[in-house]
Design a protein around this ligand. Structure first.
Ligand SMILES: [Zn+2]
Length: 175
């Protein structure tokens, strides 16, 4: 392995399921071009593995910043042909953990943003995230906030009040 490949693997370790082909300096941002590995993929319909390519297309996702600059990853993805007669004809390969369906950010990027918006929500997240070179609108911050799973909390028991039901902590302090 070349020293340059080693460096790319260290800096873009979160993209290890992909084959990084090229990294370009685009000034304010860094663009990494990658492709999926050539290994067989199981058809989501019947489970038969295939490597028969029907076509390619590209997806672009934002990844965590490098060198205080935004990172855009352009990935070439395969559309594969299922060999089973009567099954679906083609399907697009998925890369869980790197590319999530309909998402424009890598999961690790979404997780970092999630940690901030959980504390700060909309406008404040937009301001704070711009410091580590993460472009984020307050609308996106709120969308991410609404997608976060709620923490599981114990439901408080209400006892000692026999005449009126417990409606809210402000008006019924013993709950
Ligand atoms: Zn199939």
């Amino acid at each position: 392995m070349h020293d340059l490949d080693k460096l790319v693997n260290v800096v873009f370790s979160g993209l290890s399921p992909l084959v990084v082909k090229d990294v370009a300096d685009e000034g304010e941002w860094i663009q990494a071009r990658a492709r999926t590995p050539d290994r067989p993929v199981a058809c989501p319909g019947c489970g038969t593995e295939t490597t028969r390519v029907h076509g390619y297309h590209e997806r672009s996702v934002a990844d965590v910043p490098v060198d205080a600059r935004r990172v855009l990853v352009v990935v070439r993805i395969r559309r594969l042909v299922c060999p089973t007669r009567g099954c679906r004809q083609t399907f697009r390969e998925q890369l869980p953990g790197v590319l999530e369906r309909y998402q424009r950010r890598t999961p690790r990027m979404a997780s970092q943003i999630g940690a901030v918006v959980r504390e700060l929500a909309g406008r404040a997240s937009e301001r704070v995230m711009s410091a580590p070179a993460v472009r984020l609108s307050r609308h996106t911050a709120l969308r991410i906030l609404l997608r976060l799973a709620l923490p599981k909390r114990r439901v408080p028991e209400c006892w000692g009040w026999t005449t009126s039901p417990c409606v809210g902590a402000a008006t019924t302090p013993p709950c």
